[in-house]
Design a protein. Sequence first.
Length: 525
Amino acid sequence: MLALKQSMELAGKNLLHCLRPEDDFRPMWGLNINPDFRAELRRSRFEHNVGRWWDAMLRLEAATGFAIPAEMEVAMLRDLKCCLEYPLSVCAPVDTTASCFDGHTQREVLMALAALVRWRDNDWAIEAGHQMILALDRFLLDGGNWDLALMNEIATKRGRFVDVTRTEPTTARLDINAGVESTRTHGRMIEGLLEFYISTGDAAAICLATRLAELHLQVSTLPDGTVPETELYVHTHSLFGTYRGLLMYGQLTRQRQFTDRIAKTYANAVRAAVKQSGFVSHDWGSEKSGETTSPGDAGQLALWLGRLGYSEFLDDAERIVRARILPSQITESLGLLPAGGQDAAADLNDLAVGAFGGMQAHSHGGKRPTTDITAADLHTLCDIYSHIVEEAPIGLVVNFHLSYEDKRIRMEATRADFGRLMIQPKIARPVSVRVPSWAPIESVRLTVNGRPAGPSWVGQFLIVPVESPPARIEVEYGLPFDTIRERTDGVDYRITWRGDDVIGITPNTDFLPFYPTAPDPDKGI
């Protein structure tokens, strides 16, 4: 398992490799890897991944300085413009006269446009985003339905049409009584609208975000923090994305009914759904088809809530990164061979290395490189990385025990016999260090410039006073072993933890497992 910054930059390289000159630099969908390590490239629906690519790559550049080749930027900007040339002024499939309306992807395009404004000062993105938001607002009916008839009327005048039979079946039947099903198409857009508003100040963005936030507070949450029941399909990533948007909306607009509701929903519903190992299904209410974007969403919710005062959730964010997202990454060449066709073996390996576990063939393994999942996980990791350390009125606040360096601080996190975090501040500010709640309190040791110091606690944080020149701080703590039984899809997994790292599991898969195989005491091995 790589250090966080290495993992992020390896994922960035994977997203560069997914743009192939022979495919006109349009991002691939994914890579199917068979148990015999023969693989097949999937090229469908590039418009699904253009926005995701831009959002993830510009965030990575901002977080670590990762370089994006100029020719790829030119190609991807052309691709993004192509996706928005559809008569409806929204993102739609290209190269076809008949298109479904993909409500699922509008969020990612809004995120991409916001990122292009924020980090590239792109005037086209400002205007394209404004027109897109006006169109989305026009097509969204008060009850939550998309006005497909109006979309089709507009498209037909331009020689295109909306193929209702290919549109998500949920899209045509939404109403305020349909429950969380509507998150599949537009609840997840709230975050993208807010990001665009922050980048541009466009009033249309905050107005549409308000419409959606007020709707989804009713249909996607309940006062007791549970998820409304529905017999219709619910996409976990979209549900959690809706919760991210509602929390962000409440924070930005200073409305506690949103932040309080999502805090309760995270505590009661999200924590219950995301198992300790980080497993959660792609499909809400199922235990099949795991993926790692939804755990990433949960990790970001935990981070955002932690920054709002719910510091007990920060343990969840670091555990999800350590125990789920990073172990799902393919970090070295698999020696893949083509399953057929003209795909070169070396190219296939480049497409796999750096990808995070997509639609998993096993609850804890069977990694399948999927571009949208790699991009979403990279987005999450950039957010975590950018908040390892924060500068606050109380001083430098260390949220996570992960190696990190910037102009304010250098940190090195190691785990062997004990967990150790070495901190070298570069500025004269007090330092607050979160200590994981699972660390035995009697095992915590604090030294300053090599000398023992009596820990001063404020909640879950150690407080180290300011010194000039800045001191070398070391925090040491025990790494307790624990073995739990976690039942998923009818299988009882025995998972061994050391701190918040998984060090073994049984039963396991021998095909691209996330974790080492642990001895099975029930079988005497």
